[in-house]
Design a binder for this molecule. Structure first.
Ligand SMILES: [Zn+2]
Length: 269
């Protein structure tokens, strides 16, 4: 018997669905996939951080320093005083999992940054600006607040956090993670993260001195200063605007009943 191929019916390649409906389904489908990818990417950092506990972070970054840091001499008076102040503030953070390490970046641009492993970098520009120990204590306390919430790792960016995750889970060398202070100075935190860090910082200051007098005096001065000066203060590009901040800190002190006057500790350098 001879096989005779049957001709396909006409219109076999044409769907019954209206082309516009098909196009719509495609667009909606692709948008959902895209949205899912974005959500996964956002959570990836949280997931990576979950797998990098603080102890591991500390062990990995024990001796690590950013590439572009210009350090001062180890016996620098201001370095030692700032380290002592950080240690004193951190002693009020009951179970602080970090051994905080201070380095001074010899830069005229005022800034303070929290970095992996408990490293706090302050610039000579910032140390030139503060006029009392109380002012400096609040800036440092605020950075300690970023450590407590692990904001400092989120600020590194997705790429670095994911390579940190790979290093932590495979035990590879941390030296191939390159981070520049200059890059970090461009990355800010959300208002919520900043407010939480401020709250923790002010609490440490209150616990240490028994009052919060002069804690935010630096920001009041910056707020009064003219704009030409503010342009060079990179601290302000990554932290809340001084006027908002002062109002929030005043409200917080009022709510908590923390005295706003007390003995001011002079800088001891
Ligand atoms: Zn901050």
């Amino acid at each position: 018997m001879k096989y005779v191929a049957k001709k396909p019916e006409d219109g076999i390649n044409v769907s019954d669905t209206h082309p516009l409906v098909e196009a719509g389904t495609l667009v909606v489908g692709l948008s959902l996939i895209f949205l899912l990818i974005v959500v996964v990417l956002v959570f990836l950092v949280e997931i990576a951080l979950y797998f990098v506990p603080v102890e591991k972070e500390v062990a990995l970054f024990e001796d690590w320093l950013p590439e572009d840091l210009v350090t001062v001499a180890p016996n620098d008076e201001r370095l030692n005083r700032t380290q002592q102040l950080v240690d004193r503030l951190a002693s009020h953070w009951g179970d602080a999992p970090y051994d905080f390490r201070v380095e001074i970046d010899d830069s005229s641009i005022a800034n303070a940054v929290a970095l992996p492993g408990g490293l706090i970098i302050v610039t000579t520009g910032l140390l030139d600006e503060v006029e009392s120990e109380n002012e400096l204590a609040f800036v440092l306390g605020h950075e300690l607040g970023h450590f407590r919430n692990r904001d400092h790792l989120r600020a590194l960016g997705r790429g670095v956090v994911l390579s940190l995750f790979i290093v932590a889970t495979t035990g590879r060398d941390v030296s191939n993670i390159s981070v520049n202070v200059a890059d970090l100075a461009l990355r800010g935190f959300s208002r919520k993260q900043e407010a939480a860090a401020d709250e923790f910082g002010l609490e440490l200051v209150y616990t240490n001195y028994g009052h919060v007098d002069e804690a935010w005096r630096l920001f009041e001065r910056w707020d009064d200063a003219d704009d030409s000066l503010l342009d060079v203060v990179s601290y302000l590009s990554t932290h809340p605007q001084p006027d908002d901040r002062v109002a929030n800190l005043e409200r917080l002190a009022d709510e908590q009943g923390w005295p706003t006057s007390g003995d001011i500790s002079p800088l001891r350098w």
